[in-house]
Design a protein around this ligand. Structure first.
Ligand code: FAD
Length: 392
């Protein structure tokens, strides 16, 4: 039987959070406790995205949370981070959905879009009435998206898109896809397009058989001679820098989200270790080796909290660099995966069941380690920053 989450605040960071930050976290935490925890194991088992929660999340201001106006909450980056932390304490799939809707769809519309595009999409996406997906990865190009083969050709006042995208979160439930393509008549420069998913020639097919992120929709997208009005081009996009700016937003949220998954695993292991007795009727928490594991986890979680908080404060001050976000994403996801493995070990056989959230988090985190720049690609990004030499 799972335990009620107790929170993890070893370094008394809560004392430094503002009232608004604590309120946002409490709202997100209560939402997850009341709506996600009771159903998530069933969703995971049956490979079901809990779509019924979308309007509730919209009402609570979780979509496009850092955007000012258009019905969005206008949160600070730290507040937004606390939301993603709580979402992923529930499930990485739910956090993935929020990240894609917010950082990968609403952010590019807000940052690169025309006034008409913003007015058409942002208010409806903030409420969760319209959903988005982000098509960058292709079957042959993951870590190296610059190699993409999806093309856009200008024809009169239209663009015609052709190509394949793969591993696209929310692809089958999206109303609009942000598609990245090379524009033939612009020297194959990468630009972003808004593609309504009901256009002829656009097809989304769901990827089944995943052992990770089972409560999240993952799709392949096929675009065959998809005609879109020229006004669907995101006018502010130009070059690979544009999608990478979106990824930076999402990676920042992931760094916080991973802390949430780690907290869930650690808190479960701690409560279990205090209750479970082995040898001389003693709780396993009283054994030195178990304590060493719990101490490792709470130390790494505390360090990760400091890292994301500092990156969030830099982001709010407008001084964050992409290398800072890479460090937070890389470290915190690794840390969370290690916590999941150690926690599973502390629960013994019980750790492998769906009675506890640990194995689910562990399987989810394998995807989180790979997407939004793999663990190793982030090492190369940081390495390039500190040495001046690109090693890709
Ligand atoms: C569940 C899920 C959801 C996703 N959602 C989206 C989405 O919504 N939108 C989207 O566009 N994409 C999405 N992705 C795709 C994701 O971003 C890619 O999987 C990721 O970028 C890695 O690409 P790849 O899988 O092709 O691996 P590859 O790029 O083939 O990498 C394989 C391995 O090689 C390593 N490697 C690659 N190049 C180098 C190098 N130069 N030096 C050293 N090592 C290297 C990598 O680190 C990795 O370990 C999703 C993926 C998953 C699993």
């Amino acid at each position: 039987m799972a335990f009620k989450f107790q929170g993890v605040d070893f370094l008394h960071l809560d004392a430094g959070f503002s009232e608004d930050e604590l309120l946002v976290r409490r709202t997100a935490r209560d939402f997850v406790e009341d709506n996600v925890i009771p159903i998530i194991e069933e969703c995971y088992r049956t490979e079901r995205f809990p779509r019924e929660l979308v309007p509730v999340m919209g009402e609570l201001g979780f979509f496009g949370a850092t955007i000012d106006g258009y019905g969005c909450a206008g949160m600070s980056n730290v507040e937004y981070g606390l939301v993603t932390q709580e979402m992923e304490r529930g499930d990485s799939g739910l956090r993935s959905f929020v990240s894609v809707q917010s950082a990968l769809c609403m952010y590019p519309i807000y940052t690169f879009g025309s006034d008409e595009q913003k007015n058409t999409w942002l208010p409806a996406m903030a409420k969760g009435e319209k959903l988005g997906c982000f098509g960058l990865t292709e079957p042959g190009f993951g870590s190296n998206p610059g190699g993409m083969t999806t093309v856009a050709r200008k024809s009169g006042d239209e663009f015609i898109l052709n190509g394949e995208k793969m591993w696209i979160t929310s692809g089958n439930i999206a109303d609009v896809a942000v598609i990245w393509a090379k524009v033939e008549d612009e020297d194959h420069k990468v630009r972003g397009f808004l593609v309504e998913t009901d256009r002829p020639g656009f097809r989304a097919y769901e990827v089944h058989g995943k052992w990770s992120l089972r409560a999240s929709v993952t799709s392949g997208l096929s675009l065959q001679d998809v005609h879109i009005p020229a006004t669907n081009l995101l006018p502010g996009t130009g070059g690979l820098k544009s999608p990478l700016m979106c990824l930076n937003q999402a990676r920042y949220g992931i760094s916080w989200g991973a802390i949430g998954a780690a907290m869930s695993c650690y808190d479960t292991a701690l409560q279990y270790a205090k209750a479970r007795k082995q040898f001389h009727n003693q709780p396993i928490a009283s054994h030195q080796l178990i304590q060493d594991k719990l101490v490792w986890m709470v130390t790494e979680i505390s360090k990760a909290q400091l890292l994301s908080l500092q990156v969030g404060r830099l982001k709010d001050a407008g001084t964050v660099g992409h290398q800072h976000i890479s460090m937070a994403k890389r470290n915190n996801v690794w840390m969370a995966l290690e916590c999941a493995r150690i926690s599973r070990d502390i629960l013994g056989a019980n750790g492998i069941t769906e009675d506890y959230p640990i194995m689910r988090h562990m399987m989810n985190l394998e995807s989180v380690k790979t997407y939004e720049g793999t663990h190793d690609i982030h090492a190369l990004i940081i390495g390039q920053h500190i040495t001046g030499s690109g090693a890709y």
